[in-house]
Write a protein that binds this ligand. Structure first.
Ligand SMILES: NC(=O)c1ccc[n+]([C@@H]2O[C@H](COP(=O)([O-])OP(=O)(O)OC[C@H]3O[C@@H](n4cnc5c(N)ncnc54)[C@H](O)[C@@H]3O)[C@@H](O)[C@H]2O)c1
Length: 260
């Protein structure tokens, strides 16, 4: 897909969590093409290396760091190493999220906690680690990945149960709304992007199969545009909110959800 390069990120550094696949990978490639130096972080070194290769083939400046962003000590080291290597982030994309589906009456506490850790604990830890440098320079852009699921994911709820995931993604909105006020005096903006069903390496086949199997509540049936979104379409929205041009937008949620 032809990408919109209208918003320049030249001279800025962006740290993207979960950049080994899907939306995070698309954000890293898009922001790098807009001129940002990127720090790509992922717990999977193999996936990270693949994104690193794509960035290198594209001639972009990138630093790849393996990190489990739910681990406090690992996040502290991630930001310290990025800073040491001259990659202090002006932009943070809290992209890691996901979790385990299940009917609430069957759900183990571990599955519930895992889902909260992945979306909420990672977002808290990375934002807290990124803020001191942003506050010093009185500039920063933070973008957090929520989901259409913040209002309930009809297809997941109906077919598998997705209460934990929807709860976590609603939590992202509370985080962004409150923090926008806390950070306003520091000229740091924080916003959420809420994708609908996106054709990523992991989610895409599952989302398409619901349609192929003729399930009543399939995303392709229920989304007004009647197709899955692409990771690049989400990256376009993230990159806009990361740009200097988005200076009067904070505490907002931008849906990239095909009309749903
Ligand atoms: N794909 C969709 O349809 C969709 C829809 C709405 C919202 N979202 C949200 O968008 C974000 C990205 O989704 P995606 O489908 O591209 O992600 P994904 O599940 O494909 O994973 C992206 C990357 O995150 C990495 N990762 C997982 N746990 C990690 C951890 N603890 N520390 C570091 N890295 C970790 C994985 O290794 C992987 O490379 C998530 O927050 C997701 O909830 C996705």
């Amino acid at each position: 897909m032809e990408q919109n390069l209208a918003f320049s990120l030249a001279g800025q550094t962006a740290l993207i969590t979960g950049a080994g696949l899907g939306i995070g990978k698309a954000c890293a490639l898009h922001m790098a093409r807009q001129g940002a130096r990127v720090v790509i972080a992922d717990k999977d070194p193999q996936r990270l290396a693949e994104t690193g290769t794509l960035l290198a083939e594209d001639g972009r400046q990138a630093l790849a760091l393996t990190c489990d962003v739910t681990d406090e000590a690992a996040v502290t080291s991630l930001f310290a190493e990025a800073q040491e290597k001259g990659f202090t982030p002006d932009i943070l994309v809290n992209n890691v999220g996901g979790g385990r589906s299940g009917r609430i009456w069957d759900m183990d506490v571990d599955d519930w906690d895992h889902t909260m850790r992945l979306s909420l604990r990672s977002m808290f830890l990375c934002t807290r680690a990124a803020l001191p440098a942003m506050m010093d320079q009185k500039y920063g852009r933070i973008i957090c990945l929520s989901s259409g699921a913040r209002n309930g994911t009809v297809w997941n709820a109906f077919h598998t149960g997705a209460c934990a995931y929807s709860t976590a993604k609603a939590g992202v909105i509370g985080f962004v709304r409150d923090l926008a006020i806390e950070l306003a005096d520091h000229a740091i903006t924080i916003n959420a992007v809420a994708p609908g069903p996106i054709d990523t390496e992991l989610a895409g086949p599952y989302l398409r199969k619901m349609h192929e199997d003729g399930l009543e509540y399939s995303p392709i049936r229920m989304v007004p545009l009647h197709r899955l979104g692409t990771p690049e379409e989400v990256a376009n929205a993230v990159s806009f909110l990361a740009s200097p041009e988005a200076s009067y937008i904070t505490g907002s949620t931008l849906d990239v959800a095909g009309g749903r």
